[in-house]
Design a protein around this ligand. Structure first.
Ligand code: ZN
Length: 331
């Protein structure tokens, strides 16, 4: 396969702290010999596991970038046994634009894996993770939140995996992250996801959804900061004690958890994040935006559960995911 065109300005084999860039050549109208510069920090010291930490896989999600810029600015080699690779803005063009997908190629990083070394910028970044960064890592954390169009209960997630040993490792890492909620997550559309690329290489993987609406709050940013420290302690890379608070365990076992609207309009939620609902309960009413005097369409719960995600903007279109339910599980 072709060599990936990305050049790292840091040396992955060197010990100590290095701040640099993943330099992706990108020739364009305003810079003929220009490049996309994705900031990267590596902190390496002694023998130990390698953690790969990413934020802004989607450009409008902020808890991961907040936790990771702080970690990159403060982590010292003497604190570390092993290697920490920190990339706060994985899809840097999308992050700078404040958009979910890249404004350059309109591609969603989390649907672009395994990527292409001769593809568009997002595909090239994905290929660099797939073939260069992931093989170096033992533990991988990829921060997500709801972005501008979804809002989530703050949770850390693992997935159901074919290998029970790997699944147990991922669950243990998720529980060490210790978000207020922990979940075995079901994906609405897993094809091309970074999650799948990481898990297929046998790595210990934790992902999150820590809020949303295109911003972060003091609480959700703190969940991210605490979670990444806990994960590094769990991996034996940082010394110290885990900071553990109660976490409610959730699971998503069938596709009825996804509640999709067939209509456009003004959404009138009857339930809030974290609320328990029973099958048949009203989730939301959708009001017509072109006419008055018309009664709304109703969307009802397809199962019993807790509202773990909801559509954030006030208007919806056919096919929008309005709400996602999960059931409380016993650890
Ligand atoms: Zn995301």
């Amino acid at each position: 396969m072709r060599k990936n065109p990305i050049f790292a300005t840091i040396d992955y084999n060197s010990h100590g702290v290095q701040h640099g860039y993943l330099r992706l050549p990108y020739s364009r109208n305003d810079s003929a010999w220009g490049a996309i510069h994705i900031p990267i920090t590596q902190v390496k010291n002694g023998i130990g596991a390698c953690a790969l930490l990413t934020g802004a896989n989607h450009g409008d999600e902020y808890e991961g970038p907040l936790a990771l810029v702080e970690l990159a600015a403060t982590l010292k080699p003497e604190d570390v046994s092993g290697t920490v690779i920190i990339i706060p803005f994985m899809n840097h063009p999308a992050f700078l634009a404040g958009t979910r997908v890249s404004p350059i190629d309109d591609l969603n990083m989390n649907r672009a894996f395994p990527g292409q070394p001769d593809g568009s910028p997002t595909q090239k970044i994905a290929d660099y993770f797939q073939r260069t960064l992931l093989p170096m890592a033992d533990v991988v954390l990829d921060f997500h939140s709801g972005g501008k169009t979804l809002d989530f209960l703050p949770f850390a997630a693992s997935h159901a995996l074919d290998d029970p040993e790997q699944q147990a490792r991922c669950r243990a890492a998720r529980d060490a992250f210790n978000a207020p909620f922990s979940i075995e997550m079901r994906e609405i559309d897993a094809l091309g996801m970074y999650d799948d690329a990481v898990e297929s290489q046998g790595k210990t993987f934790v992902t999150t959804e820590l809020g949303g609406g295109g911003t972060a709050t003091p609480d959700t940013a703190e969940i991210a900061r605490k979670g990444v420290r806990n994960l590094l302690i769990h991996a034996g890379i940082l010394a110290g004690e885990l900071t553990i608070a109660p976490s409610r365990l959730l699971s998503q076992e069938d596709d009825d958890c996804f509640h999709v609207t067939n209509h456009s309009g003004l959404v009138d939620f009857a339930v809030a994040l974290g609320q328990s609902v029973t099958k048949g309960d009203l989730i939301a009413r959708i009001w017509d935006t072109q006419h008055t005097g018309i009664l709304p369409r109703s969307v009802f719960a397809l199962m019993d559960g807790i509202v773990t995600a909801r559509h954030h903007p006030g208007l919806v279109q056919p096919g929008d995911c309005l709400a996602v339910l999960a059931t409380e599980a016993t650890p």
